[in-house]
Write a protein that binds this ligand. Structure first.
Ligand code: FAD
Length: 312
């Protein structure tokens, strides 16, 4: 079912069908903090008050219209302006982060996409740096990985503390990427990976992905950067504790990250243990692709969605 759902995540026809169900809205609200900046900020304030950190994502991806990419930049600039009042200070660790998809900034444009995305990303990073907000560039499908890493490295030359990125444990290349970024002292969010990748570039069986995640995490923990453990998996969370201790890292020298609406009680439990926990908070009306990827991760979500949609 996962490949089918992930194909649907990029199908305009499936999008029209799914967004047509009235019940979709109820389930989307579980994973998305509303369509407006105001609703996202209300969620952000609540999470910060509960002792959690945040990473805010303005939803949208695969933009093929330069004007849309510009609009995304403007929305991030407005968001960062609002966040500067909430950014606070926890020493080197920033409680407020924005997450950015380079494909929403123009990376997928047929002409000059890489350069346009770099220029747009630089505008976002410059504003975030001034506001005391971190920027983490999301990982998208494997065809974008080289371009994303090149942009991240370019921006890290001027903003090494502000800029981080995401590595996906399901890609064969990621152990090597972890070694390289860990040696550079980079801030790296490690996730399992949410796209449907061919076996030429990715592990496709869950036990292989899980094993790769733990190998990659041990590299990041032993390195000189700041690991961000993005997973809801209890085995990953337990192993991260052991690896951090073995590497001589204190509670604040790495962090856990989870998605808004998933394992809320576990997020709260980790906060009571004085662990840094950051919640990824998406908002905006382009929620379709993000929402379908969340369904693909957990069959129970699909069953709930189908039951609700067909009982009306
Ligand atoms: P899994 O083995 O999938 O899940 C472990 C357990 O977590 C499940 O048994 C279940 O209890 C719970 N769980 C997991 N997913 C769900 C769900 N959708 N609904 C309800 N319960 C669930 N992927 C990318 O490709 N690029 C990115 O940039 C990216 N950024 C991310 C940022 C953050 C902060 C997080 C947490 C994830 C991100 N992901 C990204 C998604 C990631 O790759 C996985 O697809 C997702 O996190 C599920 O993997 P898992 O590690 O939680 O483990």
């Amino acid at each position: 079912m996962r490949p089918m759902l992930l194909a649907a995540a990029r199908s305009p026809r499936a999008e029209r069908t799914v967004t047509g169900f009235p019940v979709t809205r109820t389930l989307v609200d579980r994973f998305v903090a509303g369509e407006s900046l105001a609703s996202a900020l209300a969620t952000v304030r609540e999470l910060l008050q509960s002792g959690r950190f945040v990473s805010i994502d303005f939803l949208g991806e695969d933009t093929v219209d330069p004007a849309q990419a510009r609009l995304t930049v403007d929305t991030y600039l407005a968001l960062i302006d609002e966040l500067s009042a909430l950014a606070g200070d926890s020493g080197d660790v920033r409680p407020v982060e924005v997450s950015v998809k380079l494909s929403a900034l123009g990376q997928a444009l047929p002409r000059d996409g890489h350069r346009i995305a770099l220029d747009n990303a630089r505008a976002v990073v410059r504003a975030a740096h001034a506001a005391g907000v971190w920027v983490t560039f999301d990982a998208e499908d494997h065809t974008t990985t080289d371009s994303t890493h090149a942009i991240v490295r370019e921006l890290r030359r001027d903003f090494p503390q502000t800029v981080g990125t995401v590595l996906q444990a399901y890609l064969h290349r990621t152990e090597d990427d972890c070694r390289a970024f860990a040696a550079e002292g980079a801030r790296i969010r490690l996730c399992k990976g949410a796209y449907d990748e061919p076996e030429s570039v990715a592990f496709r069986r869950k036990p292989e992905v899980d094993a790769s995640y733990l190998r990659c995490l041990s590299i990041l923990m032993a390195g000189s950067g700041y690991p961000m453990v993005a997973s809801h998996d209890p085995v990953v969370i337990g192993t991260a504790e052991l690896l951090a201790t073995a590497a001589g890292r204190g509670n604040t020298a790495f962090e856990y990250q989870m998605l808004y609406g998933i394992r809320d009680a576990e997020q709260a439990r980790l906060v009571t243990l004085d662990r840094h926990v950051r919640v990824y908070v998406p908002f905006g009306d382009q929620w379709y692709g993000y929402f379908i990827r969340r369904l693909a991760e957990r069959p129970a979500n699909v069953a709930f969605f189908l039951r609700s949609a067909t009982s009306r």
